[in-house]
Each structure stands twice: as structure tokens, then as C-alpha cells.
Design a protein around this ligand. Structure first.
Ligand SMILES: Cc1ncc(COP(=O)(O)O)c(C=O)c1O
Length: 463
């Protein structure tokens, strides 16, 4: 299969792109990929090949990542363009000190009397805040959890909450990287060397991790520790752990246990938002699974803004000025979210993505997992969020696989995998994530899987 080479970059351009790559603080602990994006439209993106043999040649790729699951409408979408133009031309930059027409319109569309989520988060029970990223949203969720046991007027524990010093998270969890969140990550190499949660201090907390999706571990933990538990923080589908889905009934059981024991349930839907065939993955055949705090992000910013929303029960608040963010739901953010979500609802893009995802699942199972058992061991996922786990042999050559896929005309991202888990659960290797934007067509899905197969064949024959 040939990948169209639209143009080529000069040696000077290539050097500038390489220099940009080396100036940009590399957080990954390994050299950056030798490719740079030089344009994008829809779900296609042009990248310059910066390798010596590539010599600035431009490759047109299909993007299966949506920019780490952010760009539900792909690149250059007319709805986003109009929203941005409208916001810049008309809406100003007012902060949360003043009301704003755009903010009111957005919150009404989502949570007002006829709002798209008012059945799930009725306005008399929930309030909403905006943050700049998923991590900031999760920080605020954590802050709401901590303040729930604190009496801000008397500066002491709320009576009866003194012993609630434990937060439960899950093995393989990923919730962001900011300081307060680090103890929630069940990743030794992200945590060690940074200040740990410490229940010995006044108002201190401890964080415990149990295997995700294992009903017995959950039951055992609640029987032993429910009276100490302040909150549970869960990704309804674990993302970084390799797209791990819990068994049916698990999330509802978790929610019931939390409600029965006065424990707050925080759903981290930063990644899952809009990708499971529904806006929220905290759901089952009986409908929404109740939560006390839900954090959404990624798709919310339509691929052009980094933003998140924290939807929390009204009883959960912070001390005066406790989480002021002057960027909270400014007009431009509201305009993009409003018009983007409106487009998703009117076009049924989220609902229809369930069937799109079923098609993708079939394609991946037949065209990749069964065809390349030495490279891929298993596909997991739902809607437009799928993970294809690598075998240990392929995982050891992940960089090569990634490069071959790019050369075959497709861009995919890889998740760390959950690694070693307790409770008899098996090791989870790094996992290729296929999370195409909601605007992806069936024909494009066919092409995506074809291109991944082509790249995988080359990778395999080189190994
Ligand atoms: C489940 C989950 N929570 C939180 C975050 C953090 O979001 P952000 O990168 O926008 O800070 C991520 C990022 O990937 C995520 O996957």
C-alpha cells in the first residue's frame, strides 16, 4: 500500500523541526519520535519524517488517537471554527467573578430544565466547575473529598469523620500528574521519591490500591475498612492500564457500597467521556451509575482547548476562595464546549459510535489479533476506545512497531499497561490504543486496520 507523499521539507526546515523537538522538555524519558506534525485536516495529519533516510519527506497519516483522545471532531472542524470565531468576535474574556451569557447558555444546555444531562445530574443536586486540564479537574475532585471531612469554620474535623483517612484507588490507575494526584497512581516509578500521603499527620490521608474489576477484592476491602474510607476514585474503564473494562455489575456494586457506607465515589471520566457509546461510562443496562463527583475532560475541549469539568454534589464545597481559578469557564471555553456538544447531540455522534465501535472491534479481532498472534495478544474495549495488548516480545520492540506503523500511514498511541497486579490477576503489557475521533467513517476504520496490518507485517518480518 502506498502512503501519499504530499510534499517534502528542506534540510533547513528539518533542522528547525529537530531543534524544536530537542528544546521541548521531553517528559517520556526516551528520545522523541523522529516525526513532526506539519498539518492536519479531519482525521488525517501530515508529518515530516525527520530520520536521516526520511530527509523531510511528508507522510499523510490517518490518526487513530485524536490527540490522546481529545479531538472528537478531528482537525479543522467547521463547528469548532465558528465557535472560536464567535467567541473571539463577540464574547469577551470575563472571569468567574461576573456572570456570563456564554457560561449560562452552556450550563443551561447541559444541566438546565431540558439539559442533555439534567436527568443524570439534576441542577438541584449538582453544581459544576471548569478547570484547565484533566489533572486540574481531578485535583479539584480530591480537594472536594478532603474538605468533606473538614469543618472550615472551626478548623477541625467534621464530627464523625475523624477516622475517615483512607482513599481507595485501583492497581493500574492513572489520574494525572499533579502533586496531589501522585499518591493515587499505583505506579512505583511515578511515586517513589516524591512526598507520600501520610495518615500519621493531622488531616493526613493514606491511599490503598486493590485490583481493578475484582468483586472479591472489593468486598473484602469494604468489609475490613469501610469505616475508615473517605472516598473511592475510579476510572470506569481503565485507560493507561491498557483499556481494562470491569465485569458487568462491578461499577454498580461499587456505587452501592459507597452509598451504603457514606463513602464518596469519584469517577474519573477524563478519558472515557464520550467514548463508550454514551457520554458517561459510569453506566450499565439499568442506566447511570450514581457518583458523588464526576470529572470529564479531553473530548470536552473538542481538540482545540485543554479543559475539564468537575460535576459534584452540591453538599461538596471548599472553604472560601479554596479553589479559585480565574480561568473557570471563560466565554471562549464555554462557546467551544457548547457548540461542540450541541453538534455531537444533534448529529447523534456519540450514540452512533457504539455501532461504529462494534465494527472496529470485529475488524481488529479478525484483521490484527487473530492474524498476528505473535504481536497482539488481546483486544479490549467499547465504542471508540479500544486497546490491543502487545505480547511481551512485541512490547520489547515497541518503538520499532510504532515507527513501522507511521511508515504504513497510521498514527497510534500506546498505553503503559497495568503491569503486575495482585489477586491472581495476570500481568498486562503495553497496549496499543485505537481511539479514532467520533467523525471517523467505517471506510476509514477499514483503512486504519489495513494500514496497521501492513506496518505490523513489516515489523514482524524485521524481527
Ligand atoms: C483517566 C485520566 N485522568 C486524568 C488525566 C489527566 O488529564 P490531563 O492530561 O488533561 O491533565 C488523564 C490523561 O490522560 C487520564 O487518562
Amino acid at each position: 500500500m502506498s502512503v501519499p507523499h504530499t510534499r517534502s521539507f528542506t534540510e533547513t526546515d528539518v533542522q528547525r523541526l529537530r531543534r524544536g523537538g530537542s528544546l521541548h522538555f521531553n517528559h517520556y524519558g526516551r528520545p522523541p519520535l523522529p516525526f513532526a506534525c506539519v498539518g492536519a485536516q479531519g482525521i488525517e495529519m501530515d508529518v515530516a519524517d525527520l530520520t536521516a533516510e526520511g530527509r523531510g519527506r511528508v507522510l499523510r497519516l490517518i490518526d487513530t488517537s485524536g490527540g490522546y483522545g481529545s479531538a472528537c471532531l478531528g482537525a479543522g472542524h467547521h463547528v469548532v471554527r465558528h465557535a472560536l470565531r464567535r467567541a473571539v468576535d463577540e464574547c469577551g474574556y470575563v472571569t468567574d467573578e461576573l456572570g456570563s451569557q456564554e457560561r449560562a447558555a452552556l450550563l443551561d444546555r447541559l444541566f438546565g430544565p431540558a439539559g442533555i444531562w439534567s436527568h443524570r445530574f439534576p441542577a438541584q443536586d449538582y453544581h459544576v466547575s471548569g478547570r484547565n486540564s484533566g489533572s486540574e479537574g481531578m485535583e479539584m475532585a480530591l480537594r472536594l473529598v478532603l474538605e468533606s471531612r473538614f469543618d472550615a469554620r472551626r478548623l477541625r474535623h467534621r464530627p464523625g469523620r475523624e477516622r475517615r483517612d483512607t482513599i481507595l484507588a485501583f492497581q493500574g490507575a492513572w489520574h494525572g500528574w499533579t502533586h496531589g494526584l501522585v499518591p493515587l497512581l499505583n505506579r512505583r516509578h511515578y511515586r517513589v521519591g516524591l512526598p507520600a500521603a501520610d495518615s500519621a499527620q493531622e488531616f493526613g490521608i493514606q491511599v490503598e490500591h486493590i485490583p481493578f474489576g475484582d468483586p472479591d477484592s472489593l468486598a473484602t476491602f469494604f468489609s475490613a475498612r469501610a469505616d475508615r474510607l473517605l472516598a473511592v476514585v475510579v476510572e470506569p474503564i481503565q485507560g493507561d492500564a491498557g483499556i481494562l473494562l470491569p465485569p458487568p455489575g462491578y461499577l454498580r456494586d461499587l456505587s452501592r457500597r459507597c452509598a451504603d457506607h457514606g463513602v464518596l465515589l469519584v469517577a474519573d471520566e477524563v478519558l472515557t467521556f464520550g467514548k463508550s457509546g454514551d457520554f458517561f461510562a459510569m453506566a450499565d443496562e439499568d442506566g447511570p451509575v450514581p457518583t458523588d463527583i464526576t470529572v470529564i475532560g479531553k473530548y470536552l475541549g473538542m481538540g482545540v482547548l485543554s479543559t475539564s469539568m468537575v460535576i459534584a454534589r452540591r453538599g461538596l464545597t471548599v472553604r472560601g476562595s479554596g479553589t479559585v481559578a480565574t480561568s473557570d469557564l471563560r466565554p471562549v471555553t464555554c462557546a467551544v464546549i457548547h457548540d461542540g456538544l450541541d453538534h455531537l447531540v444533534r448529529g447523534r455522534l456519540v450514540e452512533d459510535s457504539g455501532a461504529l465501535g462494534d465494527h472496529l472491534a470485529d475488524l481488529v479481532d479478525t484483521g490484527l489479533v487473530r492474524r498476528f498472534p505473535e504481536v497482539f495478544s488481546e483486544r479490549r474495549g467499547v465504542g471508540v476506545l479500544h486497546g490491543v495488548e502487545l505480547t511481551s516480545r512485541a512490547a520489547a520492540r515497541l518503538g520499532e512497531l510504532r515507527t513501522e506503523l507511521i511508515r504504513a500511514g497510521v498514527y497510534v498511541e500506546f498505553m503503559a499497561g497495568a503491569g503486575k497486579r495482585s489477586g491472581g490477576l495476570r500481568y498486562v503489557h503495553p497496549t496499543m490504543r485505537i481511539a479514532p475521533p467520533l467523525v471517523t467513517t467505517r471506510a476509514q476504520l477499514d483503512e486504519i486496520v489495513d494500514r496497521i496490518a501492513t506496518g505490523t507485517r513489516t515489523f514482524q518480518s524485521a524481527g
